[in-house]
Design a protein around this ligand. Structure first.
Ligand code: ADP
Length: 612
């Protein structure tokens, strides 16, 4: 604030006075405040834009997920429709397989082996039909097309009859099957079709997962509902003394396609459909199911199903219980085909079939026994044992087997020195490329996918055998049997013969012979020991690789070497000792027997020929 003064004459003073004043802005007009305003305005704009875009995004996402759900539903419906259509389509040809076969079986016009083949077809067609029906039921349940249709009938009799139909299977597996119901044979209304499906699945599981000597007990009781007068509850308890289910797996067993053991090496066949179907059917008829199990002790399934007195619907149709147990569950005696005479000649190739399905195993054995000597094993472990003890020419193995699977079996065969020469054919229901690759990687010689044509398998086996024979001939030729022809004279030197060999086993044998030839104690037993093999295995293996027995091989090897040494200028007596003959006279005798000339004559002829 500056002040300049003037006097009354209007003359201004030169100097001025000043006071320095500082006027501060109010808080709302400071730079900070403006900054804040700008920031707030910016934030508001940003927030609005965010809000707006996220709303648009949300709306879009909602629209998208609605559309996705609709599409999924449509695809699902399509899948279910396709699924049930195709299953339906399966049923027609299947019925046209079953009915004619049934008719042929009834006619009784065929001989025993043909009847048995027909029975095999019938049994497997039945099994396929049951599976297809289960899939169809699942599809129906999913589409809510399955309805409860009560019928009138005696519950005790119905359940008893169903249990009884499993008697043949139980007898075959040496399982004690008991049924107890202390209820009067009164009639009720219940959905017999659903009940049959529920009980059938539970009973087949109980028998499937129980070993020989075990027991399966079915107990039935009927109790009136404590409140409702027109409902009674049937409690059916199916207890087995089988393998049981581990506690951690129990919560999942009703899930679709769930199997406690779903590995390659599982011991029990199945699809994991049964219990999920049971669960849904029990729910559909308004019942409940509980399971208790202890591994190694057994499993108990308790089903509680509602029934109504017949008075609730006097019009309901009557359940027809056939007077004979249905044959579907009855196992036929293991089929033994005998349409071809098995061959016994030891020159015939030996074939081992490793397959856990008894029907298929028997079928293969019988179909191939005209051309091969056959061995069979029901699982990988037994297959491996037989492979080692019998050294077959070819092993035909399934992939999925209890214990060790087909890949592991192939791996063992191809990596064990006793068995690595054996050809392996993998037979698998998995046609997928990677499973084929897995088999071939383990060293399998061939891979045939199921269902296979018998003639294709036969052709492939024949090719393998002829390949093995060619190899054998080649090794034999390389070995150049002495005394056969002049070729022995022209053949290359022993060491190069060893080095050129592809077969590791033969190379090892030749090396051992080469290094210990001057030892008269070189015997078959010694050789077997050095190769860490039993005498029998050595014999079989040598025979299948080069078609010579160990005795012949050692002797021929000595004689071959002797010819080389004589040609190189050694005297007969030197040669005799270098090739492990005890005395020169014995050497001369043996030499003459094979070359048809004495060692001395051999030297003369040889030098004569060289001069010529
Ligand atoms: P699967 O076709 O394999 O029998 P399920 O749905 O019928 O399919 O059964 C599912 C799984 O529950 C089976 O794979 C088995 O591991 C187990 N399970 C069912 N019933 C029994 C039983 N009685 N004893 C032992 N395990 C059982």
């Amino acid at each position: 604030f500056r002040v300049k003064a003037a006097n009354s004459d209007g003359i201004w003073h030169e100097k001025e006075a000043s006071v320095r004043l500082l006027i501060r802005s109010p808080w709302w007009a400071t730079g900070w405040a403006y900054g804040l305003y700008a920031l707030l305005a910016g934030g508001a704009v940003w927030g609005f834009i965010r809000f707006y875009t996220s709303r648009i995004q949300q709306q879009q996402a909602m629209k998208l997920s609605r559309r996705e759900a609709e599409q999924l539903k449509a695809v699902d419906e399509l899948k279910t429709r396709f699924f049930s259509n195709i299953t339906h389509e399966f049923r027609t040809p299947l019925s046209l397989i079953m009915s004619p076969v049934e008719k042929l079986l009834r006619d009784n016009r065929f001989d025993e082996p043909t009847q048995q083949t027909l029975a095999l077809v019938q049994r497997n067609a039945h099994q396929l039909l049951r599976l297809i029906n289960q899939l169809l039921d699942l599809a129906k349940l999913e589409a809510h097309h399955m309805v409860v249709s009560p019928m009138r009938g005696g519950i005790t009799e119905f359940v008893g009859h169903l249990t009884e139909s499993f008697r043949p299977l139980a007898d075959q597996k040496w399982i004690t099957l008991t049924y107890s119901a202390d209820e009067p044979a009164e009639e009720y209304l219940f959905d017999a079709d659903k009940w049959e499906k529920i009980l059938f699945n539970l009973l087949s599981n109980a028998l499937k997962f129980t070993g020989s000597g075990g027991s399966v007990t079915v107990t039935l009781s009927i109790n009136p509902d404590p409140v409702a007068t027109d409902v009674s509850w049937v409690s059916i308890c199916i207890a087995d003394s089988g393998i049981g289910i581990p506690p951690e797996n129990l919560p999942h067993i009703f899930d679709r396609f769930y199997q406690v053991d779903a590995s390659h090496t599982r011991a029990y066949e199945g699809t994991g459909i049964g219990l999920s179907l049971v669960n849904e059917l029990v729910g559909l008829v308004g019942g409940s199911i509980r399971v208790e199990s202890q591994p190694g002790v057994g499993t108990t399934f308790r089903v509680l199903l509602p029934v109504q007195p017949t008075s609730a619907n006097p019009e309901a149709p009557t359940v027809i219980v056939p007077d004979k147990a249905p044959s579907t569950t009855a196992p036929l005696p293991t089929v033994v085909f005998s349409d071809s005479e098995p061959v016994a000649d030891s020159q015939t190739p030996l074939l081992l079939v490793v397959e856990d399905n008894a029907d298929l195993r028997n079928f293969l054995v019988s179909s191939l026994s005209a051309d091969y000597r056959m061995l069979q094993a029901a699982d990988g472990e037994a297959g491996w044992h037989l492979t080692r003890t019998e050294l077959p020419d070819i092993v035909v193995s399934d992939v999925m087997m209890p214990g060790i699977d087909g890949y592991e079996l192939t791996h063992r065969i191809k990596t064990h020195p006793d068995t690595d020469h054996i050809a392996v054919v993998i037979l698998s229901a998995k046609a997928a490329h990677h499973s084929l690759m897995e088999g071939l990687q383990e060293g399998a010689d061939d891979y045939v996918s199921k269902p296979f044509h018998l003639d294709e398998l036969q052709l492939r086996l024949r090719n393998l055998i002829s390949r093995q024979q060619k190899l054998r001939d080649q090794y034999r030729q390389q070995f150049a049997l002495p005394g056969r022809s002049r070729s022995s004279v022209d053949s290359p030197h022993t060491t190069s013969r060893i080095n050129g060999l592809e077969d590791v086993f033969l190379r090892r044998v030749y090396e051992l012979l080469e290094n210990h030839l001057n030892d008269p104690a070189l015997t078959v037993d010694w050789l077997a020991d050095a190769l860490a093999m039993s005498g029998k295995t050595l014999h079989r293996k040598l025979h299948s690789v080069i078609q010579l027995n160990p005795h012949e091989l050692i002797r021929y090897y000595r004689l071959r070497k002797a010819a080389d040494l004589l040609r190189a200028g050694h005297s007969p007596s030197q040669t005799a000792s270098l090739t492990g003959f005890k005395t020169p006279s014995y050497f001369t005798a043996v030499f003459k027997e094979y070359y048809h000339k004495t060692p001395t004559e051999f030297i003369q002829d040889d030098s004569g020929m060289n001069r010529a």
